[in-house]
Design a protein around this ligand. Structure first.
Ligand code: PLP
Length: 374
């Protein structure tokens, strides 16, 4: 079976974990601080705040932005459900906007139509690693409305030549095994604002004014205080040690993923039945995933194509299920998002990972071409 994805761990990660276990300090400590600094400096942000996941990083980003009950946050429905759930966790209301037909990222003109006096932020999702058009999103909203970036899929992705993470907004990463680098689970909030970083670090550790590690280090009598409701969103040093090794691999992993994508693009780009991922001039894709969309000229139904791939032991997934159609989000009434629904119904995710061999990829390509031209 050719899998959809696979985490890229080696002996270095195993050794790093063993070293942390032997050190006797396994909870959040020096490795987490080192990992935060490594990610923030690589992505061009002043501060990193490690968390248990991107979902919890987003929750902290919204709280740190002063977003809560009564506020609205505009976000795509064409995303993993966590994007909207994090808005709800903060007590605010997600307002779904439609996506562009080619990039499958938020459509700035549709964002503009959905702004109200209660809009506090736009959640710009860089879907599957393609940067959203941040400058056009900025122009589509009033100055008082913030941008928060859901960069769960976008480590190593560039917007206008600079890494996602360096554009001055609160930006949240994921280190789940479906993403480009992984620690099993994990996330990070990036910010240039020292006060926001400090607030987020307090919130992630029960709201304590002093962290365990600081108390341990200061040896003497230091007592923490709890001034606001916090959470346990702490990454462990075990995870961070894996992350430090994964960061060393990041450039190689990105190069390998881009090579896989280039081979798919070359094979599918000339087919009238297939729409390949957009490559707008403002972005350099990081290809957390690779999805094709079947054009109307394709005579074979999407699910038939998927059936053929699965029968040939090639893993694939349907396009991202729109959040606004999930029972949880239908309670507020159904909104109309025609582009989101069409892209979701007509697209297929194909195997994409750095160690996908050329021969396995050739099998995928042959099978897709066979299925769409049946
Ligand atoms: C994976 C993903 C998330 C959630 O990340 P976790 O680390 O699993 O919480 C959020 N948003 C998007 C766009 C994702 O792809």
């Amino acid at each position: 079976m050719i899998p959809l994805t696979r985490p890229e761990f080696g002996d270095e990660e195993a050794r790093a974990v063993a070293d942390v276990l032997k050190s006797g300090w396994v909870v959040q400590g020096p490795k987490v601080a080192e990992f935060e600094a490594a990610v923030a400096s690589r992505l061009g942000a002043a501060h990193g705040v490690a968390t248990t996941s991107c979902t919890t990083a987003l929750h902290l980003a919204f709280i740190a932005s002063g977003i809560g009950p009564g506020d609205e946050v505009i976000c795509p429905s064409y995303s993993f459900i966590a994007s909207a759930n994090a808005i709800v966790h903060a007590g605010a209301t997600p307002v779904f906007a439609d996506i562009e037909d080619d990039t499958w990222n938020l459509d700035p003109s549709d964002i503009a139509r959905r702004v109200t006096s209660r809009t506090k932020a736009v959640l710009a999702v860089h879907q599957v690693g393609l940067a959203a058009e941040l400058d056009r999103i900025r122009e589509s909203i009033p100055d008082r409305v913030a941008i928060v970036e859901d960069a769960a899929c976008a480590i190593g992705s560039l917007y206008k030549g600079r890494p996602i993470g360096s554009h001055g907004h609160l930006t949240c990463l994921s280190f789940h095994p479906r993403k480009t680098i992984s620690l099993g689970e994990g996330g990070m909030l990036l910010t240039n604002d020292a006060a926001v970083a400090c607030h987020a670090k307090t919130l992630r550790s029960h709201g304590a004014s002093v962290s365990d590690f600081e108390r341990h280090r200061m040896k003497g009598l230091v007592f923490e205080e709890y001034r606001e409701l916090g959470y346990n969103y702490r990454m462990t040093d075990i995870q961070a040690a894996i992350g430090l090794e994964q960061m060393k691999r990041l450039d190689d992993l990105l190069t390998a993923r881009r090579a896989v994508a280039a081979r798919y693009n070359a094979a599918f780009g000339k087919m009238t039945q297939i729409q390949i991922p957009a490559q707008p001039e403002y972005a350099q894709h990081s290809y957390q995933s690779y999805a094709i969309r079947l054009r109307p000229s394709c005579r074979v139904a999407r699910d038939e194509v998927m059936r053929e791939l699965i029968d040939e032991e090639i893993a694939c997934r349907r396009g991202i299920p729109p959040i606004h159609l999930e029972p949880l989000y239908l309670k507020g009434g159904r909104v109309s998002l025609p582009v989101t629904e069409a892209v979701a119904a007509e697209s297929i995710f194909l195997p994409m990972y750095a160690s996908l061999t050329e021969s396995d990829q050739a099998r995928v390509v042959d099978r897709v071409l066979h299925a769409v031209t049946r």
